[in-house]
Design a protein around this ligand. Structure first.
Ligand SMILES: [Zn+2]
Length: 508
């Protein structure tokens, strides 16, 4: 790790100076003593320097870049060939990985989500090296997990640099799943297009794979520098902030974008996007939509603005300089750090569900983006809480009566109906354990009703204290249900095991 190397060199130099001083005190220094070399610390490249990422933060939150322990740094150069059949992305990726586990690692696992069957595409590796050496590769989890065997074991606290070159095809038809990796209707969506370091847990690398109807990503907070080269007329929207835009010969433009401390990096691009913007304090909010959708695009922007205001007051500050909401040829809505995509149908016919979806997806900036969780095995932790959180959007924006109505219509009813039909279920289960028709009512319904009932039991002020403490405690980290329960018991001074077991671990 360059920073550590610098410190060691500096300390070594200091020791040398002190020793020379000691010797000089003992006997006169030899007149031929060579002059000491000037300290020449090699700074890390900009993409491995946390300070680079301050530009994606609000000034008041810029020091958050120093809060992340041993983050992974990514530098990705991606060239988009939209005219190829199918379109392709050719990428060169450098990854600086630090071993923050307690064990020596022989290999590092990456997730290659474009290889997930539902994505309808493939990521083909052209070259992979670690510390400049060619390495052995192992594939698992239907090709979505790549194990890179390291040339030398990596002890805890040490870092390694990995280099990859790969090619990803972009489907132009409806794939299974969310459809968040494709090029349709002039909109390019590159969800999880890169090689993403997997999460190493106490029992090893977590390589779980979600079925088509669940979010696939489980990742640690990292820093991304992404240079995207696209046709000159394309507008690029990403997680984080664009820091440079340069036209090249050959009618392409290279966009340089950086993230804040984020666990994923989303890219959307189109040559037809129209943009409307507003601000919440110093946070810039952008809505991107296709021509003809201006009214809905501006309405979506207003929903996002009011959601951001409500959640900042309720849970804690949004630390990033920017939040984008983008129209896309998908189903429903999907959350990414600093970016939300929303189905085009909500721009063609926007209504009350549009408003609810925006409120839900913006809540994910707190629950999933900043407070991370295993979306594949513990999906309720972010989904139930994001769905419950919408109640604060409605209360802040319209008052309690409308909030109760929206909660009943969009959250509670689906669970009550499922229960009446004898389809109650345990909330804490992996996505794959649910039948597709039960996943919504139990995870988005029952899990959210748990938080509603917890608020009834403890009072609103106590529940908000719990959510604020939980947010501050797990911000930029990963959370498990025990973290939430522990904070809830400390803040409320009540034993909540029984209540939690009844709602989350049991079913009638
Ligand atoms: Zn969600």
């Amino acid at each position: 790790m360059p920073i550590k190397t610098y410190h060691l060199r500096y300390v070594a130099l200091l020791v040398m100076v002190l020793c020379v001083g000691c010797q000089a005190g003992a006997k006169p220094a030899a007149p031929t003593l060579a002059p000491l070399p000037t300290p020449t610390a090699v700074p890390p490249p900009a993409w491995q320097d946390r300070d680079t990422y301050r530009a994606a933060m609000l000034e008041a939150a810029a020091d958050d870049v120093t809060r992340i322990e041993a983050p992974t740094f990514y530098q990705i150069e991606a060239y988009v060939d939209i005219t190829a059949h199918p379109p392709r992305v050719y990428a060169i990726q450098n990854t600086h990985y630090s071993n923050s586990t307690e064990t020596t690692l022989d290999s590092i696992f990456f997730r290659l989500f474009p290889n997930k069957p539902g994505y309808g595409t493939a990521l083909t590796l052209e070259r992979v090296t670690a510390e400049g050496e060619e390495v052995e590769l192992h594939f698992q989890s239907e090709g979505t997990a790549l194990g890179v065997a390291l040339p030398n074991p990596l002890p805890p606290g040490q870092s390694v640099d990995l280099h990859m070159e790969y090619d990803v095809t972009v489907p132009v038809e409806n794939a299974r799943g969310y459809g968040t990796f494709n090029y349709q209707g002039d909109i390019l969506l590159l969800s999880n297009f890169f090689a993403m370091v997997a999460v190493h847990e106490d029992d090893g690398w977590n390589l779980s794979l979600a079925p088509d109807y669940g979010d696939p990503v489980f990742a640690e907070t990292s820093f991304f520098t992404v240079e995207l080269t696209v046709p000159q007329d394309m507008v690029v929207v990403t997680s984080g902030t664009t820091v440079d835009r340069r036209d090249n010969i050959g009618e392409t433009t290279t966009w340089t974008c950086i993230s804040g401390p984020m666990r994923d990096f989303m890219v959307v691009a189109s040559d037809r996007f129209v943009q409307s913007s507003t601000a919440v304090g110093h946070i810039r909010l952008n809505s991107y939509y296709l021509p003809g959708h201006q009214q809905a695009g501006e309405q979506v922007l207003a929903y996002a603005r009011d959601s951001l205001r409500a959640y900042q007051q309720s849970f804690g500050l949004y630390p990033f300089a920017e939040l984008d909401v983008v129209e896309a040829p998908i189903q429903s809505g999907v959350e990414y750090p600093g970016l939300v995509v929303l189905a085009e149908q909500h721009y063609e016919h926007s209504g009350e569900l549009t408003e609810f979806l925006v409120a839900h997806e913006v809540a994910h900036q707190w629950w999933y983006s900043m407070v991370g969780n295993d979306q594949v095995n513990v999906p309720w932790l972010d989904e139930s809480l994001s769905n419950f959180s919408t109640i604060y959007y409605y209360e802040h924006t319209y008052g309690q009566a409308r909030a109760e109505l929206a909660f009943e219509n969009f959250v509670a009813r689906s669970y009550r109906q499922a229960k009446e039909e004898g389809r109650d279920g345990v909330v804490l289960q992996p996505v794959a354990a649910f039948a597709p028709q039960d996943y919504g009512p139990i995870v988005y319904g029952k899990g959210a009703v748990f938080f509603y009932e917890l608020r009834e039991k403890l009072g609103d002020a106590t529940l908000l204290d719990i959510l604020q403490d939980y947010f501050e405690d797990r911000k930029y980290k990963l959370a498990v249900p025990g973290d939430l329960l522990r904070v809830a018991e400390i803040v409320s001074g009540q034993e909540l095991d029984g209540f939690y077991t009844e709602w989350i671990l049991s079913a009638e």
